[in-house]
Design a protein around this ligand. Structure first.
Ligand code: KMH
Ligand code: ZN
Length: 270
């Protein structure tokens, strides 16, 4: 099995300081959290930008600062969000891609998202894909439901995607596919050959699905974007605490954790 890539989804667009007092918000806080996660075993960080008051934003300048501050501190792969927050325009969402980060997320379809709809029109998705190709950014294909994986398969068949792809199964969003082992096993069974994949279990699904992914040869995403708790009723003290637990379990399972450069090699990044 390949070494384990741990991604830390540090901030997200939805979680508030009221829900998680240790949520990193400013570029400096996000970069400090990235450094702590890298020390704990993360090879990649998935980042969202916020305004100083905590409002989600896709402001390119804030993303520029985040990337620069992270790079000052450590060598982790920086993956920007193009999901942004529900209700943002596709143009807004796409803006950090022009900074040429190493990776960016690309949601593969629309999904009910709690009480909202996370819209990803097929025409917009194609614009996102073309922009990522133009700027040399590797997409991580976000799969919230099984039909989104079928879309990726169609794109591969049509030649819109070439070579091995990296998938993120986001499981447990109310409106999306459940955060269960059965859902993960099904999605894994449908993956195109030579894909790499990670799982982002939402809330209480984070620990069990992450552990299952380690055993199955997948990779793991943890962090406050997806889950603010260490265990039921106990808030995590930091993103790094969640990363450290995954690294510990991985070592116990004899699956060493990938460094950022090892992760780059596994994901076909330069
Ligand atoms: N905030 C969600 C609506 C991504 O980063 O690409 C979408 C999201 C996905 O977080
Ligand atoms: Zn995100």
């Amino acid at each position: 099995m390949d070494k384990l890539i741990i991604t830390a989804a540090l901030t997200g667009a939805e979680v508030t300081r009221a829900q998680q007092p240790a949520l990193p918000i400013t570029p400096g806080e996000i970069a400090d959290a990235a450094f702590a996660c890298a020390q704990a075993g993360a090879a990649m960080v998935h980042v969202h930008a916020r305004l100083p008051d905590g409002t989600p934003t896709q402001d390119k300048e804030i993303y520029r600062q985040i990337i620069a501050e992270v790079k000052k501190r450590c060598n982790v792969i920086v993956q920007v969000s193009t999901g942004g927050a529900v209700g943002m325009t596709p143009q807004e969402r796409l803006s950090p891609v022009t900074l040429k980060p190493e990776m960016a997320t690309l949601s593969m379809g629309s999904v009910n998202f709690g009480g909202d709809v996370f819209m990803n029109h097929p025409a917009d998705m194609e614009v996102f894909l073309r922009a990522m190709r133009e700027h040399g950014v590797k997409p991580e294909l976000e799969i919230f439901d099984a039909g989104m994986l079928s879309t990726a398969q169609r794109w591969l068949k049509k030649g819109m995607l070439n070579g091995p792809q990296h998938f993120d199964f986001v499981l447990g969003i109310p409106g999306g596919m459940a955060g269960t082992p059965e859902a993960l096993m099904y999605l894994r069974s449908q993956l195109p050959a030579q894909s790499t994949w990670t799982v982002a279990g939402i809330g209480p699904a984070q620990l069990p699905l992450g552990t299952l992914a380690m055993v199955l040869g997948g990779h793991v995403r943890v962090g406050f974007e997806d889950n603010v708790y260490y265990r039921k009723g106990e808030l995590a003290t930091s993103n790094a605490q969640l990363v450290a637990r995954m690294a510990r379990i991985s070592r116990e399972l004899d699956r060493p954790v990938a460094t950022p450069n090892e992760a780059r090699a596994l994901l076909g990044l330069n």
